[in-house]
Design a protein around this ligand. Structure first.
Ligand code: FES
Length: 196
């Protein structure tokens, strides 16, 4: 057994069964563990911050399917006129005597895309013949319910606003003029059942 001085920077030797510590960096074992512990905490905090930012950031950009779409009054059809088709949002903007609604453009039967029939003034699915009224209610065919709709908020020129707030019912305009409509294509509400 050979033992040397144990001050910082020195070589310390103990018996063969004892640990040999070579403190060549000017730090001892306890200080080294403190540094490791501190670095771990910093890394953990950094990862948590990145995760929080990732969670808070919107997943979809505006105008991208799954995100919000903003429409000016020029995109809103006249009452009972042909609904406005918005392919990039997979939706129809429908304005009728029942009110305004942003319809999901996919048939509730097996997912085909119903088109608008000017002659019959309704949506008609080319696949198995389901038909829907202008506000999306089921008329006939194998579809199990009316067309689904997105959540939306209407901002009026008088400063008031109205939101669908999870309801599938169209929103009545009551003579107010639309300034803009914000549709959330990430929030879909199931269409009304037959006869509703
Ligand atoms: S997919 Fe529309 S009726 Fe079947």
């Amino acid at each position: 057994m050979a033992t040397a001085a144990s001050s910082k920077g020195a070589l310390v030797e103990r018996t063969a069964t004892q640990q040999v510590v070579v403190d060549v960096a000017g730090i001892n074992r306890r200080e080294f563990l403190y540094y490791i512990w501190g670095a771990s905490i910093v890394m953990l905090l950094g990862e948590s911050a990145v995760g929080l930012i990732w969670y808070l950031l919107p997943r979809f950009k505006e105008g991208e399917f799954g995100g919000e779409f903003v429409f000016g009054s020029d995109a809103i059809p006249e009452v009972d006129a042909k609904p406005t088709r918005v392919p990039e949002g997979r939706m129809w903007l429908s304005n009728s005597s029942e009110g305004f609604v942003a319809l999901y453009a996919v048939c509730t039967h097996l997912g085909c895309l119903p088109g608008w029939s000017d002659n019959n003034h309704r949506f008609e699915c080319p696949c198995h013949g389901s038909k829907y009224r202008i506000a999306g209610e089921w008329i006939e065919g194998p579809a199990p319910r009316g067309l689904d709709a997105y959540e939306f908020t209407i901002f009026f020129t008088d400063g008031s606003q109205a939101s669908s707030n999870g309801s599938r019912d169209p929103i009545q305009l009551n003579g107010r003029t639309i300034e803009r409509v914000v549709v959330n294509s990430g929030k879909r509400i199931l269409g009304p059942p037959h006869g509703a």
